[in-house]
Design a protein around this ligand. Structure first.
Ligand code: SF4
Length: 329
C-alpha cells in the first residue's frame, strides 16, 4: 500500500441496493482507484441519522450496500471498507472541529438551506453540523484526495477551510487539507428522463435487478419527447436511452443507433431491447458474484468489522496527534 500515489477517502450514505446512477457516479470509480491509491470507503450511517426518521432499515441497507460494493469489485484486500459509526474517533474529531467552525458559515451553506426546506419539522443540530462531520471523516484518515463530481467542490473547499482554521488555532500542521479528485461521469438520468437517478424518486434501475426486471425498467424509459410515432425521426442527443447506449453498448451499436434513430430506421422499442440486453450482459458477472456473496451474509459483516479495525488504527493515531495539538490534558 505504501507504493501508492496517495490516500483516497470517500463516503456514501447507506441507501441499500445500489442503482446504475450509483454505479456510474461512484462505485465504478471506487473500483478503478484501488489500483493506484490507498482507498478508504466508508458507509456513513451517522450522516444518515441527520435525515432519517426511523432506523428500521438502516442495518439491512448497510448490508445491501456493502454487498453491492464488494460484488462490483471493491476489494477488502486492497481497500478499507467499513461503517462510519464503528470508528467512534470520528465523533470526537467532529466535536473539536466544530469549535473552529463559525455557526453562520454552516447555516449559510446552500445544502443546509435545501435540507432545512425539505424537512422543516426536523432541522436538527446534527443537520447543521453535517459538513463538519464530513470534514472529520476525511481528515481523520489524513486522506489527501476525495473523488467527487464538480458539484461537490464547495464541500471540499469547506473542509479545507475548517482544516486551516484548526491548524491556525492550535498552531499545528496535524491535519491535512484534502484535495478534490474530479472524475468525469456520464450524465445518466433516471428512467423518467427528467431527474437524476434516485431510489426515492423511483426512477432507478437496480444493479441487482433480474434481467427481466431490467428489461421492464428500460422499456419504461422516456425517450425523445418529439418522437411520437415510430415513423417520426428521433434525436438521440436528447434521449437518455442513447446516453446509456454510449456507456454500455458496443461502438458499432452506438453508431447504428445514432444514424438509424435520426432517420426513423430503428424504433424505440428495438432500441431499448438492445440496451437492456447490453446492460444485462454488462451486469451479469456482478450479479453472479453478488449471489455468491449473499449466500453467507456473515462474511460481509466480517469484512466491515475488519475494515473498521484497520480504520480505527489510523484514526487513533490521528486523534493522539490532535489531542496533543489542542493541549488536552
Ligand atoms: Fe432514443 Fe433510441 Fe428512440 Fe432514438 S430510437 S429516441 S435513441 S430510444
Amino acid at each position: 500500500m505504501s507504493q501508492k500515489k496517495g490516500r483516497v477517502f470517500s463516503g456514501a450514505r447507506p441507501t441499500g441496493r445500489q442503482h446504475l446512477g450509483n454505479y456510474l457516479g461512484a462505485i465504478r470509480n471506487y473500483v478503478a482507484l484501488q489500483e493506484d491509491y490507498e482507498c478508504i470507503y466508508c458507509i456513513v450511517d451517522v450522516h444518515a441519522l441527520t435525515t432519517l426518521e426511523t432506523t428500521r432499515d438502516l442495518r439491512q441497507n448497510t448490508y445491501e450496500m456493502a454487498l453491492d460494493w464488494l460484488a462490483a469489485g471493491i476489494d477488502p484486500e486492497k481497500s478499507i471498507i467499513f461503517v462510519q459509526s464503528n470508528v467512534p474517533q470520528v465523533m470526537e474529531l467532529h466535536t473539536y472541529l466544530s469549535m473552529v467552525t463559525p455557526l453562520g458559515k454552516l447555516t449559510d451553506l446552500p445544502t443546509f438551506k435545501e435540507k432545512a426546506r425539505q424537512q422543516p419539522h426536523n432541522v436538527n443540530y446534527g443537520l447543521v453540523g453535517y459538513p463538519v462531520l464530513m470534514t472529520a471523516d476525511i481528515v481523520l484518515y489524513k486522506a489527501n484526495l476525495v473523488p467527487v463530481g464538480l458539484d461537490q467542490a464547495p464541500h471540499i473547499e469547506f473542509a479545507r477551510e475548517v482544516v486551516r482554521s484548526f491548524n491556525y488555532r492550535y498552531n499545528t500542521q496535524v491535519l491535512i487539507e484534502p484535495e478534490m479528485k474530479v472524475t468525469e461521469v456520464p450524465k445518466v438520468l433516471g428512467i423518467d428522463g427528467q431527474q437524476k437517478m434516485s431510489k426515492s424518486l423511483n426512477n432507478h434501475i437496480e444493479l441487482a435487478a433480474t434481467p427481466e426486471e431490467t428489461l421492464q425498467r428500460v422499456m419504461q424509459m422516456v425517450t425523445d419527447p418529439q418522437r411520437v410515432r415510430r415513423t417520426d425521426p428521433g434525436n438521440p442527443d436528447v434521449c437518455n436511452v442513447f446516453t446509456m447506449h454510449k456507456v454500455f453498448s458496443k461502438p458499432e451499436e452506438i453508431a447504428m443507433v445514432n444514424v438509424e434513430c435520426r432517420r426513423a430506421g430503428i424504433g424505440c422499442v428495438d432500441c431499448k431491447r438492445l440496451l437492456a440486453r447490453n446492460l444485462n450482459e454488462h451486469l451479469a458477472p456482478f450479479r453472479e458474484r453478488r449471489a455468491e456473496l449473499a449466500q453467507n451474509p456473515e462474511t460481509i459483516w466480517e469484512i466491515l468489522r475488519q475494515g473498521a479495525a484497520r480504520a480505527r488504527v489510523i484514526a487513533e493515531q490521528t486523534m493522539q496527534e490532535v489531542r496533543e495539538a489542542i493541549g488536552l490534558p
